[in-house]
Ligand binder design. Sequence first.
Ligand code: ATP
Ligand code: MG
Length: 452
Amino acid sequence: MLRHALEAQGHSVVEARDQKEAEAALHASRPGVVLSDLRLPEGDGFGVLRASKDLDPELPVIVMTAFGSVQDAVTAMKEGALDFLAKPIDPDHLLLMVQRALAQRRLATENILLKEELAQRRGAPQIVGDDPKLRQVSLALHRAAGTDTTVLLEGESGTGKELFARTLHALSARADGPFVAINCAAIPETLLETELFGHEKGAFTGASVRKPGKFEMAHRGTLFLDEIGDLPLSLQAKILRALEEKRFERVGGTLPIQVDVRVVAATNRNLKAAIAARQFREDLFFRLSVFPITIVPLRERPGDIVTLARYFIERFCRDLNKKTLTLSPAAEDELRAYLWPGNVRELQNCIERAVILVDGDTIHPRHLNLSFRDGLVSRTQEKVDEDNGPWSKVDLSGSLADVSRRAVVEVERRKIELALKEAAGNRGRAAELLQVSYKTFVAKLKEYRLEA
Ligand SMILES: Nc1ncnc2c1ncn2[C@@H]1O[C@H](COP(=O)(O)OP(=O)(O)OP(=O)(O)O)[C@@H](O)[C@H]1O
Ligand SMILES: [Mg+2]
């Protein structure tokens, strides 16, 4: 009957007659849930429970017991059983319990993975780049790490604010404590207060248990308030108070809670403008910006572009078990010429895509796909004479991306023609003039159908 009920729901069932068979089945078929009677012809349910837990401590075990021997079931739960079913067994109850057990197991696995990921991130956040502008920012970060003051990280989207916040924590005396992040823009206003400060049992409908907030969880560690510019005004006052007094109350609570937390806030909005627009409290801004650090956008530290690209190539190749790819000189040029409106995150995505696309051992411009993007307002554009430059020839219909793509094609074609002329048709010499490899040059000739 149990087998039927479970199979009807799409589960597959392995049966065992006694403890010994159960142990063999456990090893042979690695089930997601174990369902065992406490009394068995040979051995008993406690033995099955122990064997299951030996195999995998997270494996959920549900025991079944005759009405009247609930005491045994309680003992089983103390020894690690997830739950028990009293006989006669109600199939609906059984199915519900099995489903819950499977869900719980999934959560347990995810939890382990998240912890590993966190440990990895905590262990080695790596800020890559050696452009002098980035070095200045890193220096400021190290200085701030040595203190316990509030730090405000400002920077465009994708510049590395979260990475810097994690690094700051890892470098600080609080490194052994927790790093707790909350994204103020991602949580609905109504939930944000309880997320930050927690709530008492019964504080509102649905608050069936007391729940600690992020401020409490970050005790002795670092609290990262991401996208602080999006914090609703109503909460800004409460945060300010918590920061100033290092003390707050849970929602529905009256007892003040003391915490020892260093706050790092980040924003990609201009907070001064938000203050002018009365969307951000000036007093909170002053409280947060004791130690402001501005992360320079990638286009203002072009020295970092290729360095970061090489770092990401190595990382993604390692992840994909590929041998490390190299960047063709033309690809490097294109990376440097692009303005990276999405900053390091965009570069990272671009490289990831290229690493997946490439079959050989070199990344060429066509793998980067940059000429199709809006940010290619190439650095050389300003220098081109409007009237007889190649721009006069470019068809201006369609989207910005369309126009950019045509413009790049046109400029490259013209430059290649010029180089060929200058080299009197010698391809090797023309490639040298353009500072691209011979292979790249020939590929370009083909692409633009310039071969004789
Ligand atoms: N200097 C760097 N070295 C290595 N990786 C970096 C660097 N800067 C940014 N990254 C990586 O780029 C990605 C984006 O960074 P992060 O999420 O920290 O940016 P952000 O400023 O928080 O962006 P957003 O405002 O969109 O939330 C991350 O994967 C991060 O690890
Ligand atoms: Mg971020």
